[in-house]
Design a protein around this ligand. Structure first.
Ligand SMILES: *Cc1c(COP(=O)(O)O)cnc(C)c1O
Length: 644
């Protein structure tokens, strides 16, 4: 018998879930925002609530603010524990880099939950700075300004120097002249940081952001020149921070050790020249998306605690060696804070090249082979799959013979075929479980895989899956106490052949197929894509004019949970407006054209066109299933409700 624990293992949930996700006895995914089983959310209860609500439709993006809180606690906790362990003579402060997720609600949660650790923000553009300023960051919290800075950016940052704890990081050497010029004009003593270029390069996908050829950062000669310029102007006190960032998702701990060594040495040397307060180690802390615990691009070969230990220990050792005071350590772990807190839920809306329909039980008058196939489907297991598969081949042949002799009809033939393929899919799954590499079953595995259409847009909701082929765990959300018997791949509803999930979590390279369950006739099948909180929310595009999904924010409170916030997704109207189709006049224009062209369209038809245009414009951009359901129900109840 297949149990929930088997699914836990099959989908590697504990390997990539970091303790936030599990499966309950009902076979449903549960979310534990605080990692406590006593305070968990059964995702199917949540789905039921969403299905019942009038204003929501799938796909829906779920956010768990408490996961953000837990991540901030864990990351800060790891640094504080390392500081204690090595008796480090300094403190630690977390920073959230806004480019990882600029959503207002997300930043608000982070500021709120991180306040106890004095969490600050890092911004990379004017617009991000404006956004950050609107969010009520406490006065002491660091607000680090990075990126290319024009006059407006610099003047804005300088003008609020005394209201916020701004540090302007010199990312490019030339910037220092502008900064000093405007600061002088404005009569402000700036607080500055200096981004350094390390020789150590990152590894993995984003290596280009580090190393000698990096876009940002000062070479050694430039750094020395900067110190000289500040000294000359009597502004040595202004330099508060040394910063580096060798790239995101650094999957190999050795890279981090090397970079830390180099950066700490640079800090120590510079510290002898002026009173630098902070050493900012940037981002890069990896998230193990595929749960393989390796240095492959979607993973990491180290733990959070190892990371914190390496950072703290290396700085400590080098500061001792060089006999300089230890800095306040600042880190900008964006991905590691944000990734886990959100997931997308979508439904399948059908299969491509359907090899069968739904499971139906056999009738009295059905031929014996249908009964046999049905039993084979029910009884097949790890011990007898070969036998049952071979039997099924025989039943199928017998059925075709019967058909050719005119003994059975098309309907029975169809039923038999359906059942035959269902047995095949289970046999293929079991062969995989049994690590059966025989040619017969290898062939079968290929034969039985199918494409499922998921009601979502990969380009909108998981852009890195398309852009950089990153793996995001994608799994069924229910029926996990049933043995999955289908091998599938999921395609989205864009018309792009790239809109397909090509890799599934499971091993370091990612699996080619997802194990799924037979679709049932009257039941929706729900899937989730996990770990979407970092970079995906704002990188997404409007391919095929599919817009933002509805959002539901969920808090758990002991045994209870509640929806604390809903954010409406895009309507077709909003997207058309965004791309300059002015929907204010849009209906009018179309109707005008309908009337104008001497098509003599009857009035009733014109009314229908107008009503449907109105309705579609107001609707969600994704495949809608709800209104039709409701209409059906209304019909059943014998009442007609006029909708606008
Ligand atoms: C992007 C970026 C980060 C965030 O990196 P993560 O790997 O997401 O933690 C931090 N600091 C700077 C300067 C960045 O550009």
């Amino acid at each position: 018998m297949w149990k929930a624990e088997d699914s836990l293992e099959l989908y590697g949930i504990e390997k990539w879930g970091n303790g936030y996700f599990s499966v309950n006895d009902k076979g449903d995914i549960v979310i534990m925002p605080g990692k406590e089983p006593s305070s968990s959310v059964d995702v199917m209860d949540l789905i039921e609530e969403i299905e019942k609500s009038k204003d929501l439709e799938f796909p829906v993006l779920l956010r768990f603010p408490q996961i953000l809180e837990n991540r901030i606690d864990e990351i800060t906790g790891a640094f504080l524990a390392s500081i204690k362990e090595f008796s480090y003579q300094g403190t630690y402060q977390p920073i959230f880099p806004m480019k990882v997720n600029q959503r207002k609600e997300v930043i608000e949660y982070i500021i709120k939950y991180g306040a106890k650790y004095g969490i600050g923000l890092e911004v990379g553009t004017k617009a991000e700075l404006l956004a950050a300023l609107s969010l009520g960051l406490p006065r002491e919290a660091l607000l680090i300004c990075n990126g290319y800075k024009d006059e407006d950016y610099l003047r804005l940052a300088l003008s609020i120097h005394n209201v916020n704890n701004i540090v302007i990081v010199v990312d490019l050497f030339e910037e220092i002249f502008d900064i000093l010029k405007y600061a002088g004009q404005m009569g402000i003593a700036p607080r500055l940081g200096m981004r350094i270029k390390l020789f150590s390069r990152g590894s993995g996908r984003w290596v280009e952001s580090g190393g000698e050829a990096a876009k940002f950062g000062l070479a050694t000669g430039e750094a020395l020149e900067l110190l000289r310029i500040l000294e000359e102007r009597g502004l040595k006190e202004s330099l508060k921070m040394i910063h580096f960032h060798i790239g995101s998702q650094i999957t190999d701990i050795r890279t981090i050790k090397n970079a830390m060594n180099e950066a700490a040495r640079i800090y120590a040397k510079a510290r002898k020249m002026c009173d630098i307060e902070y050493l900012n180690v940037g981002g890069g802390l990896s998230v193990d998306y595929n749960g393989s615990n390796t240095a492959t691009p979607s993973s990491a070969n180290y733990t959070l605690r190892e990371y914190a230990n390496d950072v703290v220990y290396t700085i400590q050792k080098i500061c001792d060696d060089e006999d300089v005071p230890c800095p306040t350590i600042v880190s900008e772990s964006g991905r590691a804070i944000a990734a886990y807190h959100s997931m997308l839920i979508f439904k399948t809306i059908g299969r491509k090249n359907d090899k069968n329909s739904f499971l139906r039980s056999p009738k009295e008058e059905d031929p014996i082979q249908i009964d046999d196939l049905c039993s084979a489907f029910k009884e097949i297991n790890l011990d007898n799959y070969k036998e049952h598969y071979h039997d099924a081949l025989q039943y199928r042949d017998e059925l075709y013979d019967s058909f050719n002799l005119g003994n059975i009809g098309l309907e029975e033939r169809a039923k038999g075929e359906t059942l035959f393929w269902m047995v095949c899919r289970k046999a293929a799954f079991l062969a995989k479980q049994a690590e059966d590499e025989s040619e017969e079953f290898q062939e079968l595995k290929k034969l039985v895989s199918q494409k499922y259409i998921g009601n979502f847009s990969l380009f909108q909701s998981v852009p890195d899956m398309w852009g950089v082929e990153q793996i995001f765990p994608t799994i069924p959300l229910h029926r996990l106490n049933e043995m999955p018997s289908e091998r599938g791949r999921i395609v989205d509803i864009t018309c792009d052949s790239d809109g397909e999930i090509k890799r599934y979590a499971g091993d370091s390279e990612g699996l080619e197929y997802l194990d799924m369950h037979t679709l049932l006739e009257n039941e929706d099948y729900y899937l989730g894509i996990f770990l979407l909180g970092a970079y995906q929310d704002t990188l997404g595009d409007f391919h095929n004019l599919l817009g933002c999904a509805h959002e539901v924010h969920v808090m758990s409170d002991g045994a209870d949970w509640y929806i604390c916030q809903k954010v409406e997704g895009d309507t077709c109207r909003k997207l058309l407006d965004f791309f300059n189709y002015e929907t204010k006049d849009y209906i009018w224009e179309i109707m005008d054209r309908c009337v104008d062209k001497h098509l003599s369209i009857p009035k009733k038809e014109l009314e229908q066109i107008e009503a449907q245009l109105n309705r579609t414009l107001k609707g969600y951009t994704y495949f809608i299933t709800k209104p039709n359901d409701k209409k059906e129900k209304e019909k059943e109840m014998g009442c007609s409700v006029i909708r606008n």
